[in-house]
Design a protein around this ligand. Structure first.
Ligand code: WTA
Length: 655
């Protein structure tokens, strides 16, 4: 393995974890799935998924072939079947007499709230579907979504799915540049945005970034629909821009959902890869809905009649797609949606929300848990969290200390924790305990889900024995797998299917402990994980060198107590540039990265260095920079073309 073995060593002692937390007999007895689910899936994996597809979804037309893998790695699931995602998430619940059940408790950051029933949400989605159709959006057209965490985000996604348009949600924290490149790549016809949102009590704009993104000609966008959220003044392009509320008021509330082919594209979601350009991950309908719905029911033990579920992820990431917009609604759940930050207006906001809505299933990221730990247990201690019965974790490895804190302080020492490993590409959870079956272990995601063939293999693709580490792979196709990279099937094959013959390569390092449980050890490629968000080193390096002052840049992800990893950049300035008096190059370059990619990509530290450590063949030795960034003595530097470089960097750093 590459640099990540450094990480792996830190985990060595954890692999002898002795603490186990078996489910209570009551929880196990009432659980949605039991031990036998593994055996029945193992007996016939494909038949198992066919059963889940028919159990969790209502098909407009039944499928006649469960899996077509003849053109591997291009999969087709539930061939011949037709299904409508919005019908499954909405109409069918209303038809089943559940129209009055709350679908979404919306909590705005300033404290405004909305209670949206399944009947309300269905009507809103029907209107939006009619409105988008009236703007010429047809089946297969792409719609870019640049919205905050407000109900209109879910309405937009489901309205697109209803009419067969393909949504491409762009996280609101991405810049105008990033938005434009995603609009161009997908050739989006429509953009749905808002004037803005609220962040820590202040209005925060979104529409200006859309205006900037569309300022240069040559784009595919015909209309921009604007939700009024924070009431700020925005520029208006006559003919192109339309008010959400006016469109919805004019739209009919009648709309019939027709089934789309199982493999009809549902959405594109861009994610960072090892090379500069973000990849448009394509998900399709039937398989995606099947696996997200099954996992949401099995892994969180969802009881739709009584549970209140809350996933804190933003709609701009895959977790917000699978476990906010789709699975909970397909499963008829009641969920909380919160617009803002955890510390606005005070650090107890999340726990106040849990108490207020009696949240029983909470799904969040380790970085949030570590932040709350830092704030202190007295804060959650002030609220009644006794409604909580299942806790989920996603996005990065959860360290055992955070895991124990989560269990004790938030889960009252009794709620099972499900640490869920998956990716934008996998579409749904792949490795996780089942809360009524598995004896959980702090820090480990543990077991592949039923019907999922995850393994850890060595350099040569051979499974590693227990107690050893290697690379995480998936041996068999799974229903919610990505189908391709939008517009680039070659890159799809190359990125995921070329490292190991016949297996999907996830890009993560992992180990099997002595019980055979899986521990995730972080990325083995140039992808960083900052607060559970994927960032590419090369993408940030390209952003840095696009600034006229910069000659060369190297970026590493350094271990960070709160965010998991932090971006640290080393840059060489061009010798000919004169930095104006009073300007701090690090500050200027941080702002520049924020503009090119988005605030989340801004390096925590930028160090201006005279040279970068390179091998004799000219390759930058990121491992050494990582050592320095993490405060270690850079080890063996003898392979460097100029071994003195590292001493100089370390000396500069001490200054
Ligand atoms: C990491 C987020 C350890 C991993 C759903 C993966 C995890 C990347 C876990 C995908 C976990 C996600 N334990 N690491 N439970 N969950 N990861 O595409 O490195 O934003 O490859 O999807 O996050 O990030 P993505």
């Amino acid at each position: 393995m590459s640099q990540q073995t450094v990480n792996g060593d830190a985990f060595e002692n954890l692999l002898h974890e002795e603490r186990h937390f078996p489910p209570t007999p009551e929880f196990a007895a009432a659980a949605n799935v039991h031990e036998d689910v593994y055996a029945s899936a193992a007996e016939d994996r494909v038949a198992f998924w066919a059963e889940q597809a028919r159990k969790h979804l209502t098909w407009s037309k039944d499928f006649d072939q469960t899996l077509d893998w003849s053109d591997a790695p291009f999969a087709k699931w539930f061939v011949g079947g037709e299904v409508n995602a919005a019908y499954n998430a909405l109409d069918r619940h209303v038809e089943n007499g559940l129209g009055d059940r709350v679908a979404i408790y919306f909590e705005g950051e300033p404290g405004d709230t909305e209670k949206i029933t399944y009947a309300d949400l269905t009507e809103r989605v029907k209107k939006a579907a009619n409105a988008f159709e009236s703007l010429g959006v047809r089946k297969g057209d792409r719609v870019a979504v640049y919205l905050p965490m407000i109900p209109e985000a879910v309405v937009t996604m489901l309205a697109c799915a209803r009419i067969g348009a393909v949504h491409s949600v762009v996280f609101g924290g991405f810049s105008a540049e990033a938005l434009r490149s995603r609009i161009d790549d997908a050739e989006a016809k429509l953009v749905v945005t808002a004037d803005g949102t609220y962040r820590r009590g202040k209005p925060s704009p979104l529409k200006p970034a859309v205006d900037d993104a569309l300022a240069a000609p040559g784009h595919s966008v015909e209309h921009v629909v604007v939700v009024r959220r924070n009431g700020q003044d925005v520029d208006w392009t006559q003919g192109r821009d339309l008010h959400w509320s006016e469109l919805m008021d004019a739209a009919s509330g009648e709309h019939t959902a027709v089934g789309h082919e199982s493999e009809h594209p549902l959405y594109i979601l861009y994610t960072s890869g090892t090379t500069g350009k973000p990849k448009g991950i394509l998900h399709t309908t039937g398989g995606y809905l099947t696996q997200t719905a099954f996992t949401h029911s099995a892994v969180f033990d969802l009881k739709p009649e009584t549970d209140v579920y809350w996933c804190t992820a933003d709609i701009g990431w895959v977790t917000g797609h699978s476990y906010v917009a789709y699975a909970p609604l397909v499963n008829g759940a009641t969920q909380v949606m919160y617009e803002g930050t955890p510390d606005s207006p005070h650090q107890g906001r999340w726990w106040e929300i849990v108490e207020k809505y009696k949240v029983s299933i909470l799904y969040t990221a380790p970085t949030a848990i570590r932040t709350m730990m830092k704030w202190g247990r007295e804060i959650p201690g002030k609220y009644d969290l006794s409604s909580i019965r299942v806790l989920g974790s996603v996005g990065e490895p959860i360290n055992p200390e955070a895991w124990m804190w989560y269990r004790e302080v938030i889960g009252g020492g009794k709620a099972p924790i499900v640490d869920t490993w998956w990716q934008t590409e996998t579409g749904a959870i792949m490795v996780a305990p089942l809360p009524g079956v598995t004896s959980t272990k702090p820090g480990s995601a543990q077991v592949p889900l039923p019907g999922i063939a995850v393994d850890v293999v060595d350099e040569n693709g051979k499974p590693v024995p227990n107690g050893h580490g290697g690379f995480l792979v998936v041996r068999e196709p799974w229903p919610s797998m990505l189908r391709t990279i939008w517009g680039d099937p070659e890159r799809f094959k190359e990125t995921y299917w070329s490292r190991f013959e016949g297996m999907y390569f996830a890009g993560d390092g992992a180990k099997k402990d002595n019980d055979g449980d899986i521990w995730l050890l972080g990325r083995v490629d140039d992808v960083m994980n900052v607060s559970g968000h994927r960032l590419s080193t090369t993408e940030i390096e390209s952003a840095l060198v696009s600034h006229e002052w910069v000659a060369e840049a190297a970026v590493v992800g350094a271990t960070d107590e709160t965010t998991g990893q932090a971006v640290v950049a080393f840059v060489i300035l061009r010798s000919e540039v004169e930095i104006p008096e009073g300007e701090d190059p690090s500050a200027v370059l941080r702002t520049h990265v924020g503009k090119e990619i988005g605030p989340i990509a801004k390096p925590k530290h930028i160090l201006v260095v005279p040279e970068l450590p390179k091998t004799r063949s000219g390759k930058i030795m990121r491992r050494l920079l990582k050592d320095v960034a993490e405060g270690r003595d850079p080890g063996d530097a003898t392979t460097l073309a100029d071994p003195a470089v590292m001493q100089q960097i370390a000396a500069d750093l001490r200054k």
